[in-house]
Design a protein around this ligand. Structure first.
Ligand code: SF4
Length: 680
């Protein structure tokens, strides 16, 4: 297929450089005196040599000029002291300073005159920046990156200008950071020239849609190198050349669409020569295609055989090609490759050596695929946050090599996990989710981060958790408001135990509505702990003991639905009963007697003995069994009053009655009389 050549628009000389070169050519014709530029007029040896041939020399300092000579100031401009020095030395000055640069210089000087501290955003060593700084005077500084902001003094008023070729995005960032760190009255003049940005955009766009891309210009030209950097990010076959003499056939091999751009200091003739050279080379390549085999060339082949050692391929060359099994697929062997390959299969291959011991060209399918992947990788990772799966290969110094689509990449140890990784080896052979950290197809550099993916995942989880929590809280509030309308104190409802805590259990009685069964409301037996009886998830019947709408609290009880063991036991006791109990403890005014497992009663001190006693322990002791009479049972307050003296009196009466009853059987007359007396 015929090769097509596209030239980026705009490219080459910018307005300011063209103006300077035109001025220099014009002046060369009109002056008989010695004429020279102060510094290279443009960073391009071809232009500098051409001017020399016309009599315009290049000098580096004013010391090299003599009175009456003519000096040309280049498009970058110079400081006011240089104008003065040239005047003092009696030189004729031709000022080729670009009007855009002149405007930046003038603005810097005006800002300084207004009493503002001048910030020049740009590259410190660039001659244009140095000239602007000279016009700004001593009260100024050049800021090239974030670190430089440290040297920015604290002032009330600042004036800001930029290098004309500075990146607008970076300028905005540094301006914002400086305003944050050194707040004050800022007057900002955006003296950025669009010529550079337009050339960069055109280069990026053309490089992305061509097979090979060429950037022509002086290798010491910053803007030319920058164009090549930009092109390289979108086209791995991007070349930085000084002129057409550096073009080689391998650069054009296999390419049907060629893109060209040139730096701002590159004359049009270099571009034209490059086009001619490429077209000539293409026709030569076509003529000798069968003989021009070179390492790295991509070829299309057809399988002709599979031997014990290789896959043999016909790719239209005078000799056939050999593809080793492990060059067919990574780690391939005859057993794994041969069954998958058929005669006449079509395959894309890369030439890796011109001949093996059998005279076959050495080819690789894996490397051809890797090259293709490398070409497509920048597009694939246009979305910087894209997450892909890689496989850990080997722990190496500083991190882990990984495989991605047959391309080898790298994860720095610090990007393997959220935590510090002690042993990188544990990631060998594992599949890992990663995002891109850095890609440079030219240097075959592909760096991933797993840590960034984990961070994103964690942030997403936290966000989802916060949203879910807010949703549940909203639902809970709604459900709770409804519950206060639906439920009433005294209701008995079914609920599910959701949690058990030291002070009780939380029971859900409707979706999102939970009430507390306080530990004292779980059982009549106070020694029982909630976990002894229940577990989370159990269904229980609960009694609604209290509803506090203001505080959003619901008090529940299980105990209220069970009979009080004290009351049950107390039912076996009746006022007037004489029962046996055990003294368990003393009070200042009586003694406590245990009557059964659940009931205790109190003997008041006045009911312990017929005579007056100082304290209960004078006549009773703990553990002593006593017969007591039940005087009162207060079921509401769970109190039982007992009496030893009344029990004794009853016993004595009973004894007397029994005694008198026996006597009666012996002597009826006396017995009857005593019975009468007793009755009276
Ligand atoms: S890039 Fe812009 S400012 Fe610089 S010389 Fe060219 S036209 Fe002038």
């Amino acid at each position: 297929m015929k090769m097509k050549i596209y030239v980026a628009d705009p490219c080459g000389f910018c307005y300011g450089v063209k103006r300077a070169v035109d001025i220099a050519h014009l002046q060369a014709k009109g002056y008989n005196t010695s004429i020279a530029t102060l510094g290279e007029l443009v960073h391009n040896p071809r232009v500098v040599n051409s001017l020399k041939q016309q009599g315009v020399q290049c000098k580096t300092t004013l010391d090299e000029f003599s009175s009456g000579d003519t000096v040309i100031f280049r498009s970058h401009g110079v400081g006011p002291e240089v104008y003065e020095e040239a005047k003092r030395r009696g030189l004729n000055v031709i000022d080729a300073t670009c009007p855009h640069v002149r405007k930046a210089q003038k603005t810097a000087a005006e800002l300084a005159q207004e009493g503002r501290f001048v910030i020049i955003v740009g590259e410190k060593r660039h001659p244009e920046v140095q000239s602007i700084k000279a016009w700004a005077g001593k009260d100024s500084v050049v800021i090239e990156n974030e670190d430089d902001l440290e040297s920015l003094p604290e002032r009330d008023k600042y004036g800001v200008v930029s290098q004309t070729t500075f990146e607008a995005e970076k300028f905005n960032l540094l301006l914002r950071m400086s305003q944050e760190r050194r707040p004050g009255d800022y007057k900002v003049s955006r003296t950025i020239c669009t010529a550079t940005a337009e050339r960069q955009a055109a280069a990026r766009q053309l490089a992305g849609r061509t097979d090979a891309f060429f950037v022509f210009g002086g290798k010491n030209s910053a803007n030319t190198r920058h164009l090549w950097d930009i092109a390289s990010t979108v086209n791995s076959r991007s070349y930085l050349l000084q002129d057409a003499s550096e073009i080689t056939a391998s650069m054009l091999a296999g390419a049907t669409k060629i893109g060209i751009t040139a730096g701002a200091s590159t004359p049009q003739e270099i571009i034209e020569e490059a086009i001619v050279a490429m077209e000539t080379m293409e026709s030569l390549l076509n003529e000798h295609e069968s003989m021009k085999l070179h390492i790295g060339m991509i070829v299309e082949g057809t399988v002709v055989d599979v031997t014990n050692d290789e896959v043999v391929v016909d790719f239209g060359y005078q000799s056939e090609g050999s593809v080793a099994f492990d060059q067919w697929v990574q780690g391939g062997t005859k057993d794994t490759v041969a069954p998958t390959v058929q005669k006449d299969d079509k395959v894309t291959l890369k030439v890796i050596a011109s001949e093996n011991q059998d005279g076959l060209v050495v080819l690789s399918k894996t490397r051809a695929e890797a090259d293709k992947v490398w070409q497509e990788l920048p597009k694939e990772f246009e979305d910087e946050k894209k997450v892909v799966t890689v496989k850990g290969l080997r722990a190496v110094k500083g991190g882990l090599t990984v495989s991605y689509n047959d391309v080898t990449g790298f994860i720095p140890a610090s990007h393997l996990d959220l935590r510090h990784v002690d042993d990188v080896k544990e990631y060998e052979g594992k599949e890992l989710q990663v995002s891109l950290l850095e890609i440079n197809p030219e240097k075959k550099r592909l760096v991933f981060s797993r840590r960034n993916v984990l961070r994103e995942e964690r942030a997403a989880k936290n966000q989802a958790y916060r949203e879910e929590r807010a949703r549940r809280e909203e639902a809970r509030k709604e459900a709770l408001a409804k519950a206060f309308e639906t439920f009433h104190e005294g209701d008995v409802v079914d609920g599910t135990i959701r949690s058990i805590v030291d002070f009780g259990m939380f029971v859900e009685i409707a979706p999102y509505v939970q009430g507390l069964v306080h530990i004292s409301e779980i059982s009549w037996d106070r020694s029982v702990k909630p976990a002894d009886l229940y577990k989370v998830g159990d269904t229980v019947k609960v009694y609604i003991k209290g509803l506090d709408q203001e505080k959003g609290r619901i008090s529940l009880s299980i105990k209220q639905l069970q009979e009080d063991p004290w009351q049950t036991a107390a039912k076996t006791l009746h006022v007037g009963d004489i029962v046996t109990g055990t003294v368990v403890r003393f009070l200042p005014f009586g003694a406590i007697v245990k009557l059964n497992d659940k009931n205790e009663g109190m003997i008041h001190i006045s009911e312990i003995a017929p005579q007056r006693i100082e304290k209960p322990e004078d006549v009773l002791e703990a553990g002593q069994e006593v017969k007591v009479k039940v005087l009162r049972i207060d079921t509401e307050n769970k109190k039982i009053a007992l009496s030893i003296t009344k029990a004794k009196e009853d016993a004595e009466k009973a004894e007397m009655k029994q005694y008198l009853g026996k006597k009666g059987t012996l002597s009826q007359g006396i017995g009857d009389k005593l019975a009468e007396v007793e009755t009276k």
